[in-house]
Design a protein around this ligand. Structure first.
Ligand SMILES: Cc1ncc(C[n+]2csc(CCOP(=O)(O)OP(=O)(O)O)c2C)c(N)n1
Ligand code: SF4
Ligand SMILES: [Mg+2]
Length: 272
């Protein structure tokens, strides 16, 4: 299947989004050997990251700012057979839509969220977001950001996410493996992707120096996962992965007969 689209790519040369797109295309190509790609539905938020849905030939939606999780949750409830994959920005996921992220994690919705975390509102040209470092100078913080940044993996861990990882487009093969594992995970999977924005927050050199691949880590232990998330070293890999009943299963309370493609009306009937 051809994954390219005719859309002109308008990301800045050198943007970390290229690596994310490239890794995701590799994941889709690998999954297509086992899964019909027509079952993969992607949804992106508002921002530079959001253009990814124009650049890959899959069923796709461009949602409103911060609303990727509830969109995918609805999609998944209507048709649990679909594989629901979200792309969001740090402003999109950790500012505008943070409540949706927390509740999707809490209810273990069977969706995947990839967050292009560039620590800045990129499309609107450089305002500070929840993950901008303290002291960050941008359009909204000319004298330096007075706030400490949020820690997304730690937040998602305590919110109930059953798959939490960090990855980096400077290592596309590793990113591809993490993205694939996240998509294959049953339940809420979250990957914070350290995405350099060459125009407004160029972190390539810092990340190349600081990023360390996780080795020999047991992802079933929540306390160890939290310990990794709060450390100064930037570990990449799967911090946490456990199996737990998904929101969709719990909601249908076993009333659905099997996992085959449901007739939407029949599913709605089970809820009434
Ligand atoms: C409700 C709402 N608020 C604000 C905006 C303006 N807006 C458009 S893109 C954007 C920045 C997005 O930043 P981020 O989610 O980090 O994505 P990036 O551009 O960095 O990929 C903002 C604030 C909007 N479109 N909708
Ligand atoms: S502004 Fe930043 S995030 Fe947006 S395309 Fe350019 S480098 Fe990428
Ligand atoms: Mg951003």
């Amino acid at each position: 299947m051809r994954l390219e689209t005719p859309a002109k790519n308008t990301w800045c040369p050198g943007c970390g989004n290229f690596g994310i797109l490239s890794a995701f295309k590799k994941v889709v190509a690998e999954l297509s050997k086992e899964i019909d790609p027509k079952k993969i539905v992607i949804c992106s938020g508002i921002g530079c990251h959001g253009k990814i849905s124009d650049y890959i030939n899959l069923s796709s939606f461009h949602s409103i700012h911060g609303r990727v999780p509830p969109f995918l949750e609805g999609l998944k409830l209507a048709n649990p057979e679909l594989i629901a994959v979200g792309f969001s920005g740090d402003g999109d996921a950790y500012n505008e839509g943070i409540a949706h992220m927390i509740h999707a994690a809490k209810r273990n919705a069977d969706i995947t969220m990839f967050v292009h975390n560039n620590g800045v509102y990129g499309l609107t040209t450089g305002q500070a977001t929840a993950t901008s470092p303290k002291g960050f100078k941008g359009r909204s913080t000319p004298n330096g950001n007075p706030e400490e940044p949020l820690n997304p993996p730690a937040l998602m861990l305590v919110s109930g996410a059953t798959f939490v990882a960090r990855a980096y487009p400077g290592d596309i093969n590793h990113l591809k493996e993490v993205m694939k594992a996240a998509i294959l995970h049953k339940g809420f999977s979250f990957v914070d992707i350290l995405q350099p924005c060459v125009s407004f927050n160029n972190t390539w050199n810092t990340y190349n120096r600081m990023v360390k691949k996780l080795e020999g880590h047991d992802p079933k232990n929540l306390k160890r996962a939290l310990n990794l998330a709060i450390r100064d070293e930037l570990y990449i890999g799967i911090f946490y992965q456990v199996s737990k009943e998904t929101y969709e299963r719990a909601l249908y309370m076993g009333r659905r007969i099997d996992d085959s493609l449901p007739d939407v009306n029949r599913v709605i009937q089970t809820l009434i």
